[in-house]
Design a protein around this ligand. Sequence first.
Ligand code: PGA
Ligand code: ZN
Length: 427
Amino acid sequence: MPAIQEIRAQEILDSRGQPTVMAGLTLDNGLCAQAMVPSGASTGENEALELRDGGQRYLGKGVLQAVKNIHEVIAPKLKGLNPLNQVAIDQLLCDLDGTATKSRLGANAILAVSMAVARAGAAVAGLPLYRYLGGTGAATLPMPMLNIINGGAHAGNNLDIQEFMIMPVGGASFAEALRMAAEVFQTLKKVLSAKKLSTGVGDEGGFAPDLTSHDAALDLMVAAIEQAGYKPGKDVVISLDPAASEFFDKASGEYVFKKGDGSRRNAGAMTDYYRDLAARYPIVSIEDGLAEGDWDGWVHLTKELGSKLQLVGDDIFVTNVQYLQKGIQLGAANAILIKLNQIGTVTETLETINLALRHGYRAVISHRSGETEDTFIADLAVAMNTGQIKTGSASRSERIAKYNRLLMIEAELGPAARFREDRFWQR
Ligand code: PGA
Ligand code: ZN
C-alpha cells in the first residue's frame, strides 16, 4: 500500500494578494498531490480559525506559522500513512489540533493537508477527484450561480447586498448554461458602459458600480439578460447573497443598509423586503438574508418564504454539522452553503453535505472571495451531486478555473453527465 513520504507546505498568495497556505504531498511510490486553501472576507464568527501570523509582514496576514505547523506537527504524524484512509487522517488532524475551531494548528494548515491527501488518494486510485470522492454515481454537473454584480464586503461601492447572481437555468448542459451566463455578463458590461457606470470588477469578478439602490442593480441585471436574448425568469433567474451578518447591528437588533440609504429594518421587515424583491424580480434563491445568530429571524423567514424560495444558510451554518443540526430542528433555511475552509477538513465537509441532503436541504458548493487556482470545489460539486455551485463571475481566472474544470468534467463524462435534475426554481 502507498504511504505518505513527505509533506511540503508553502506560503503563497490568493486572488487578493493575501497570503494563504498550499501543501504538497509526496507518496513513497512517487505520486504527488497538492492543494491550496481559499480565504473569506465576510466570514462567519463560528468558522474554523484561519491562523495568521500578525506583526508587520503582509500587514499581519502571513501564514508562516501555519506552514510551520504542517512541517513540524502534522507531517511527522502523517508520514507512513496510507492516503486512502481519508477519514482516519482527517480525524488525526483534528485530534492533533485538539480544539473545536482548529485554532491551535490553524484550519488553513489542516485543510491544505486534508485536500492534498484527498488528491493523493485519487491519484493512488487512478481516478479523477470527483469519481474518487463520489464514486460511480458522481455525475451531476452543478447549476452555476454567477455573481455578476458585487457589493458588500467585496466591493467599494454603495450596495449592501453582497452578491447579485445569475443562474442560467435554461441551459440544457453545463457548457450551454455557462455560455449563456458569460453572454449575460458581457452584455451587462455594455449596459453599464452605455450608462457611464463603472465596469471595474470586485473580488469575485462581478461588476461593482455605484448605484442608487438594490433595485437599480436588479434592473441592470434584467436588462442584461434581455439584451443578451434571454427571458428573465425562464432562461436566466437571479439569486442573491445579502451576507446580512455584515449589516446587522447587534446593539439594536436591526439590519442597517449602511453602505446605501442608511435604512433600518428588523428581521420581520427584512423578510417583507425580500418578499417584495422576489415578487418584482425573478429571484429564486436568497443566501444569508439574515444574520448568523438570528435564529428566530431565520425561522420566521423560512416560514414566510421557504416554500417559494431557496434560503441558503452560509454564516449561520458555517459548514458545521452542529449548527446545521440546530437549523434542521428549528426549521431555519432550506439549503446550506458549503465552504471547505469554514470547517477545515474534507471528511467533515462531506459529513455536513450528507446531513443536509438526508434532511432535504439542498447544498450549494462555494468558493471564497479570496481564492486560488485550485479547482477542488468543482470536483466536490460533481462528487456529491449537489446540483449547485457558486464560484464567481465570468471573469478572473481564479473563478474561471473552476468553471473550466467543470467544462472538462462534463466532456469527460460525456453521455453519463447529468444536469438540471432538481429544478427547484420552477416552483
Ligand atoms: P466570503 O464571501 O468568502 O468573503 O466569506 C462569500 C460568501 O459570503 O458567500
Ligand atoms: Zn455568503
